[in-house]
Design a protein around this ligand. Structure first.
Ligand SMILES: NC(=O)c1ccc[n+]([C@@H]2O[C@H](COP(=O)([O-])OP(=O)(O)OC[C@H]3O[C@@H](n4cnc5c(N)ncnc54)[C@H](OP(=O)(O)O)[C@@H]3O)[C@@H](O)[C@H]2O)c1
Length: 336
């Protein structure tokens, strides 16, 4: 039996179970050159909310009636392809279902995991979020020794790695996150110099206090009021890295822009967005360096592992309520 969560309805505001339909169908059969994969781990990413909408983006919308798209790690259970054998662990962009048929090289990339690789690590610090932090910081943020780095969404999968890369490169690092517990994790475990709890503190005032030399790099995952507050404190020739804007992903009306964009002009600063898939051909290089930092203890990361097929739709919303502690994953089972 192949269990599936299909996209049933495009979202308006917060996503709920009503946006998905549960279906059971027979396990698909494979043809020539095809591979049958059993999904074991699902990655949850705020961008999935955007994929559900019917609008142009960097990937086409998920069609209604199709399994919800997700980053997955699975195990090959049957193969008619010379490069894959039963038992191989593979990573790809799949869907919310137990099994899927892959046609490697033709319709999809199916990347084999190296022997002994930890799937949770591959989907977190070495996966899309770690890669996003790496390339956003190094290619756009360009951290220099002694500079001040401010990160929003700082306790999350991307933000926590971005901040630590800044610390490794010699920056003073200040994180913005929701709640005392996340702020304590940033300063006590992740080596941030200071943290601002945006839920209980005045963000604008606290950035002023904690960044006395102003902000050279702002790595923004949140947008909205937090972006506006940060722009009030940018230094000459600052780099504002627009990684995401999660505060507006569930918005039901147009979002006001920051009222202080002129600060970019006055400070001769650069504000630039990016999408990590543009760096796909260099992921291996980043993975090597990220692995070395993890092994040396310079880089820590958290994985929030949920369980159970029935919990898949609700797990996506943990990213928007801030319940997740680090990279949000869900495990269906272990490799056979
Ligand atoms: N550009 C790219 O290629 C790329 C790639 C991957 C991810 N991203 C972006 O990176 C950001 C982080 O993604 P992630 O996967 O690492 O998720 P994450 O940070 O691990 O989880 C999302 C976090 O966002 C915070 N949040 C949710 N709603 C918020 C709101 N209204 N205001 C402020 N904070 C809010 C919550 O933290 P608190 O508890 O602190 O509120 C939550 O834990 C997202 O914006 C995502 O779209 C971009």
């Amino acid at each position: 039996m192949n269990r599936q969560w299909l996209l049933a309805k495009r979202p308006y505001g917060v996503v709920g179970r009503e946006n998905f339909e549960y279906r059971e169908s027979p396990i698909p059969k494979i043809g020539d050159g095809e591979v049958l994969v059993r999904n074991l781990y699902f990655s949850f990413d705020p961008t999935q909310r955007g994929w559900m909408e019917d609008r142009e983006s960097y990937l086409p919308p998920v069609p209604i009636g199709e399994p919800m798209r997700a980053g997955v790690i699975g195990q090959v259970t049957e193969s008619n392809h010379p490069d894959y054998t039963s038992g191989d662990l593979v990573q790809t962009l799949g869907g919310w279902e137990d099994y899927f048929v892959a046609r490697p090289g033709f319709s999809m990339m199916l990347t084999k995991l190296p022997a002994g690789a930890d799937p949770a690590m591959v989907l977190s610090v070495l996966g899309t979020t770690g890669q996003t932090a790496y390339w956003g910081m190094l290619d756009l943020g360009k951290p220099q020794q002694g500079e001040t780095l401010l990160v929003s969404g700082a306790a999350g999968a991307t933000g926590s790695v971005a901040g630590q890369i800044g610390r490794i490169k010699g920056c003073r690092v200040v994180g913005i996150a929701g709640g005392e517990e996340k702020c304590a994790w940033l300063t006590e475990e992740a080596g941030f110099d200071a943290a601002i709890d945006y839920k209980s503190e005045n963000v604008h005032a606290r950035i002023g206090e904690l960044c006395p030399n102003k902000v050279d790099i702002f790595f923004d995952n949140v947008g909205g009021d937090i972006l506006e507050a940060a722009l009030n404190h940018i230094n000459l020739r600052a780099r504002v890295v627009l990684c995401g804007g999660i505060s507006s992903y569930n918005a039901t009306s147009p979002i006001p822009g920051p009222s202080n964009l002129m600060n970019l002009v006055i400070t001769r600063s650069r504000m630039e967005g990016f999408i990590v898939i543009d760096y796909l051909d260099r992921f291996a290089k980043a993975a090597e360096e990220l692995t070395a930092w993890v092994q040396s203890g310079e880089l820590v990361y958290q994985v929030d592992m949920q369980e159970g097929f029935e919990n898949i739709p609700d797990t996506l919303n943990r990213l928007f309520t801030g319940q997740n502690r680090g990279k949000q994953l869900l495990r269906l089972g272990e490799p056979a």
